[in-house]
Design a protein around this ligand. Structure first.
Ligand code: XLS
Ligand code: NI
Ligand code: NI
Length: 443
């Protein structure tokens, strides 16, 4: 259990630590499914899920949208000195994270403390906040799942950071990554993320795509070499997203990023951080993206949220779709878990969710849905024919000519002769509806 820590001021008054109370509870501020010590498939839920709170959505974002001003006014944003304000925000963050019993958090550099245009001043500010975070982590037991640098909000990055056509901007991005890496390492961060919202293009007419991607690869190598030299042992994650804010992003989806990592010799140090709503923007299911990553040995971490059936953008809602997550957890369990990462709630409460308790309901719902999905997926694997049905579909490759084909022992003529000899194949059902019913039966 994480120890609840508050600063001088308690920001979420009247809400204590959220506990597991089970299915019979009527308490909306309790877990019904997430019992951190419950063992599933040989590991506790806490070890499987490794939940993290996203600093940006929960303590920085204000509910503003392109059409309207802030609706969520944070009481930790009052002091005029940037570092003092950042410490208040961190008090609020650790109070929330510990009350939620979340074992991890994630941040961008600029979420921790406001940045200026002066690199040295930013480094000083970040260092001061990192010193404070070290104390908060030690007092609570909360750990850093990953850190990252925001290379997409400042106007200098309008044409990209690592892929900017102007080398001067690339160097500014590197300066930011250097101090974000220093901060992540100082805080014992287990991983480091690159999400390239501006690493892409708006128009091909002004873009040398090949050169930009080579710069991105060189940039990643340079950052990785620096971190390794500082003793960082964790994994680097690339977070695919096809578009938004750029029209076309280079890290389009799992398949594209896997190929990029292979092409540029980055496979040893980098894995993928898969986000639900990014998968759907790419025209895939979340499950598809997880499976592609798992098959490539690159299933590192996930950003948990959900999209909206009617909207075509990254709405970053809290996850609540039990079918989608059960299918996702089947893939994660069959892949033997996430490699180094966890489940980061890259999700935000709605613009009109203005009660302090709303942030708690949102995380409770997300954590309970994942916990239930984990339990359900494990039962499906243990107790149903799910695995058997899939294995059986490929049985013709397990012996005889099919096995010879897999072993590279059948040439094209031999395949032709086999077809002639055996005649027309019988229809074999894919049994999709049966499998769908199995999922729902165990839910
Ligand atoms: C935006 C991304 C971002 C990354 C971190 O769509 O999800 O939040 O997770 O930079
Ligand atoms: Ni994300
Ligand atoms: Ni996103």
């Amino acid at each position: 259990m994480i120890t609840v820590t508050t600063g001088e001021k308690e920001f979420f008054k009247g809400i204590g630590q959220i506990k597991f109370e089970g299915l019979s509870t009527d308490n909306p501020l309790a877990f019904r499914w997430y019992d951190e010590n419950r063992v599933i498939a040989g590991k506790t839920m806490k070890e499987h899920l490794r939940f993290a709170c996203a600093y940006w959505h929960s303590f920085v974002a204000t509910g503003g949208d392109p059409f309207g001003e802030a609706t969520i006014i944070h009481p930790w944003n009052e002091k005029s000195d940037a570092v003092a304000r950042a410490k208040d925000k961190m008090d609020a963050a650790f109070e929330f994270i510990t009350k939620m019993n979340l074992p991890y958090y994630c941040f961008h550099d600029v979420d921790l403390v406001d940045y200026t245009n002066d690199i040295k001043e930013n480094e000083r500010r970040l260092q001061a906040v990192v010193d404070y975070a070290q104390q908060k982590q030690a007092a609570s037991g909360v750990k850093l799942l990953w850190g990252t640098a925001n290379l997409f909000s400042h106007r200098r990055y309008m044409n990209g950071a690592a892929t900017n056509p102007d080398f001067h901007v690339l160097a500014h991005g590197a300066a930011q990554v250097k101090s974000a890496l220093d901060a992540t390492i100082a805080l014992g961060g287990e991983n480091y993320v690159f999400w390239g919202g501006r690493e892409g293009y708006m128009s091909l007419l002004n873009t040398n795509m090949k050169r930009e991607q080579e710069h991105l690869a060189k940039f990643l190598h340079t950052a990785k070499d620096y971190a390794r030299k500082q003793g960082f042992k964790g994994t680097f994650f690339i977070e695919p997203k096809p578009c938004e804010p750029s029209k076309h992003q280079y890290d389009y989806d799992s398949a594209t990023v896997s190929n990029f990592l292979r092409q540029y010799g980055l496979l040893e140090d980098f894995k993928l951080n898969i986000e639900v709503n990014h998968a759907t923007l790419a025209g895939h299911t979340f499950q598809h993206e997880l499976q592609v990553a798992a098959d490539a040995g690159l299933l590192g971490s996930m950003d948990a949220n959900r999209g909206d059936y009617q909207n075509g953008w990254d709405t970053d809602q809290f996850p609540n779709n039990i079918n989608e997550l059960t299918e996702a957890m089947l893939i994660v369990l069959e892949a033997n878990g996430l490699q180094g990462g966890g489940i980061n709630f890259d999700a935000k409460i709605r613009r009109n969710s203005t009660d302090p308790a709303d942030l708690f309901y949102a995380h409770i719902g997300g954590m309970d849905t994942f916990a239930r999905a984990l339990i359900t997926a494990d039962q499906i694997l243990q107790q149903s024919d799910y695995k058997k049905i899939r294995t059986k579909r490929y049985a013709s490759f397990d012996q005889g000519a099919g096995q010879d084909f897999e072993n590279g022992l059948m040439d094209l003529e031999a395949l032709r002769n086999y077809a002639v000899e055996k005649g027309e194949p019988e229809s074999i059902s894919g049994q999709q509806e049966l499998l769908e019913n199995i999922i729902n039966r165990f839910i």
